[in-house]
Design a protein around this ligand. Structure first.
Ligand code: ZN
Length: 373
């Protein structure tokens, strides 16, 4: 059942032309050259699986070209090292795409052997750890899009407060576009939802509980929350624990946090923890006094800011009005980020209904990571 749901979901989030399935699968090891390996010492299936996982992390719309793959041998181990050239879609950022690939490689048990600029792009070398050795299995040359003629207006929608129910994912997927799901740590379905959302091709954020001004609300935040009276090491430890509770997250946005985000000391600790993992921060802007963007720039952490809340009034009519405002802002600024709630009944529904209108207005929905600078 879960598999069927995830499969269907994937099918509707990305057009087939952009699916990793299009990736030319590197040929299995030939049995003639190199000579047949003793059973169990063929590292190629693992190498191929790692390559698949890494290349799946490319932004939708990437165009890839297989440059070939050569057989390698080390003692009794045989495998292949494959090379790809990838043209990123218009508007995609080389740095962000590099970060996503590195993270995917590490999540899949791979090792980053090299990452270096080449021209306007970046070259990544990924290795597979196998029986105590590191085997080079993949070289990817990421290049920025050459299409500068029609810069598109981009909008990202984050649906947060997710984690209570699995059907929050189904709602998000019905929109049929790359939304971002922000999941609270430690809720009954946080981990499962994160896993399924990733499988379905959605970007996942940790929705990090942070202390608000209201003490009543602050008392309900639970254990995995950042509070202003915590020492910096405790903040870093809390952020890392919360990240482990939402596997596959590529960034963070704050849940509440009107008090904590206004405190630069606290934000410095939070963002330092993210920088170590190459993650970005989306400032939910629950207070105009937030120091998140200033501190993120100072630390070199990619950051985006919420411009519109979609469903403070959850009625369909109000959500429609907010989406139109979002489109207006995006057209004026080139891009805009909105936050709605995964658990409010009409938000994803109205969004799905308005996708054609948004696209007619020249607006494209993208994962929020694409807008983090
Ligand atoms: Zn929240």
């Amino acid at each position: 059942m879960a598999g069927a749901v995830a499969g269907l979901a994937f099918a509707c989030t990305r057009p087939p032309a952009q699916r990793p399935a299009q990736l030319p699968t590197p040929p299995r090891v030939q049995t003639s050259t190199p000579p047949p390996a003793p059973a169990g010492l063929d590292a190629e299936p693992e190498a191929a699986a790692l390559r698949g996982k890494v290349l799946e992390a490319l932004p939708a719309g990437s165009r890839w070209e297989a440059l070939g793959s050569e057989a390698r041998q080390d003692g009794s181990l045989v495998w292949r090292r494959a090379r790809y050239r990838v043209q990123l879609p218009a508007g995609a950022n080389v740095k962000a795409a590099t970060g996503a690939l590195v993270k995917a490689a590490e999540d899949a048990g791979g090792v980053l052997l090299a990452s270096r600029p080449e021209g306007r792009g970046q070259v990544l070398e990924v290795g597979l750890e196998h029986q105590g050795k590191v085997l080079p299995v993949l070289r990817v040359h990421l290049r920025p899009s050459e299409d500068k003629s029609s810069p598109q207006v981009r909008v990202a929608v984050v649906l947060d407060d997710a984690g209570m129910r699995l059907d929050e994912l189904d709602r998000a997927l019905r929109v049929g576009r790359p939304l971002t799901l922000a999941i609270l740590p430690g809720l009954p379905h946080s981990e499962e939802l994160a896993r399924r959302a990733r499988q379905a091709g959605l970007e996942v954020l940790l929705h990090l509980p942070m202390e608000p001004e209201d003490p009543e609300l602050a008392s309900q935040l639970g254990e995995l929350a950042v509070r202003v009276d915590m020492a910096e090491e405790d903040i870093v430890r809390t952020v890392k624990s919360a990240l482990r509770a939402v596997p596959g997250a590529v960034g963070v946005n704050n849940h509440m946090g009107s008090k904590a985000t206004a405190d630069p000391r606290v934000m410095r600790a939070v963002l330092r923890a993210l920088r170590e993992d190459g993650m970005f921060f989306v400032d939910s802007r629950t207070t105009p006094k937030s120091s998140a963007e200033v501190v993120a720039k100072e630390l070199g952490v990619r950051v985006a800011r919420r411009m519109v809340f979609l469903d403070n009034d959850p009625s369909p009519e109000a959500v429609r009005t907010q989406i139109r405002q979002l489109v207006e802002l995006a057209r004026r600024h080139g891009s805009a980020v909105a936050i709605g709630h995964a658990n409010r009944p009409h938000t994803a529904e109205v969004l799905a209904e308005m996708v054609p209108e948004m696209e007619r207005a020249g607006v494209r929905l993208v994962p929020v990571g694409e807008l983090a600078r």
